[in-house]
Design a protein around this ligand. Sequence first.
Ligand SMILES: Cc1cc2nc3c(=O)[nH]c(=O)nc-3n(C[C@H](O)[C@H](O)[C@H](O)COP(=O)(O)OP(=O)(O)OC[C@H]3O[C@@H](n4cnc5c(N)ncnc54)[C@H](O)[C@@H]3O)c2cc1C
Length: 475
Amino acid sequence: MDRPKDASDRIVILGGGLTGLTAGLVLSRAGRSVQVLERGPEVGGLARTIVRGGFRFDLGGHRFFTKDEKVAAFLGGLMGAELVTVPRTSKILLNNRYFDYPLRPLNALFGLGVPTTIRSLLDYAGRRIARGFKETPIVSLEDWVVDRFGRTLFNIYFKEYSEKVWGIDCERICMEWIDQRIQGLSLRRAIKEALFPSANGGMATLADRFLYPARGIGRIAENLREGIERTGRVLTDARVCELRHDGLRLERAAVDGPGSTGDFAGGEFVSTLPLTSLVDMLRPRPPEEVARAAARLRYRDLVIVAVMIGRPRVTDQTWIYIPERSVPFGRIHEPTNWSGKMAPEGKTLLVTEHFCFQGDDAWRTTDERLVGNTVSHLARLGFVKPDEVEDAAVVRVPHAYPVFEVGYENSYRTILDYLSRFENLHVAGRTGAFRYQNMDHVIAAGIDTAQRIIARTPADFEMDGEDTDLAELNA
Ligand SMILES: Cc1cc2nc3c(=O)[nH]c(=O)nc-3n(C[C@H](O)[C@H](O)[C@H](O)COP(=O)(O)OP(=O)(O)OC[C@H]3O[C@@H](n4cnc5c(N)ncnc54)[C@H](O)[C@@H]3O)c2cc1C
């Protein structure tokens, strides 16, 4: 294997999450020189698996589901026999009762008691009739859900949970999030899907089986890293702090540790860093209006509190959603329901997701208080007895969700217009491109970005028996 002739042949990938690593693997298999720079001590970003003793957990359970054949083939080739198929059964816990998630019409309506059911149906029917006379513009998440489910069901099932996740009123959550997340979902369609299930499993949100690596979602990133390192380099504990450019091209990324310091020059740069951080790191600095636009975009952060328990199983669910405001976490999952390899024999764990912004109490408070509070709520909800808890772990996850606040598009457009002047900068992924993307989307984005770069750069070396063809990549 040859090394690149000079730094201009190197492709520098900023961030070692699934987008960056997928791009890195496709590029390195096509004979390009790849350098991944990842701030954390491990690769995987949001899709990594934490290991504590014999326990393993994701940062919020990550199921893999795709309708994209290219992505399915890529993942299958990468993971082989590591993938298991898991049935999905999720519930919403509301007023001490369990409701199916995704909402199933009969259960959602009739579990509420007769008066509320009648009110919900009348409200929904009224909405449909009113819509026939006058189209009202759909701007926010609230407009969208009320339009498709009626206000009664919106208040019961959507409002509290959405506001917990996003930290802002549903009126201020842009409906674009819905578009990217649950296209086509409505009470009418959900009823149809319940009565006449479609052959292809219907909408993505209603899929009832998914793929999962038996030792946690982080195995995908680990395998990608291993593949890249056959020819390229992946540096962890390498925080990118500055990006030097000449106005048209990025020239080098400066890294300030903790594991490594120095400059990394390159010919092409793939950024999967938070879009707002990317703008902040450019030197010379971008015009004031671009910096202001970046300051207006926000990400929602997440604190994970995992509680290790000395009995084999607590629930039989994939996820349990908890809209109630008084409970500090919004969702629970039990990794042993996803794969038996996620805990030592005879033990299990519950993983709770606390959505917050970095300045909030949930982010700043001590681990001890977070664990104490989490255990007492889990006990109150009937999941555990405090004396069954053997251990706990807290992980703070920055930039978990791009926040689509009504009106965010102008700021977003200003930033993208400015960045488009850099001929060798490729912005990609969920965090990097500020899109609500799942793993299958970001893997596709990584492949597409790599293929665009391959089309414009000559190979530095040839891999024996491998080329840029995806079929080969999957071999
Ligand atoms: C709670 C939760 C649950 C989810 N569940 C699912 C699910 O069930 N199914 C599904 O398909 N998807 C799920 N997702 C989405 C999935 O996690 C993402 O689509 C995917 O992991 C995004 O990958 P990425 O590489 O685009 O971004 P990231 O994973 O954010 O990668 C960006 C990387 O850049 C690094 N970085 C940041 N700043 C710097 C810096 N200054 N220098 C160097 N590196 C830096 C970060 O450490 C990170 O590793 C979930 C996400 C969350 C938050």
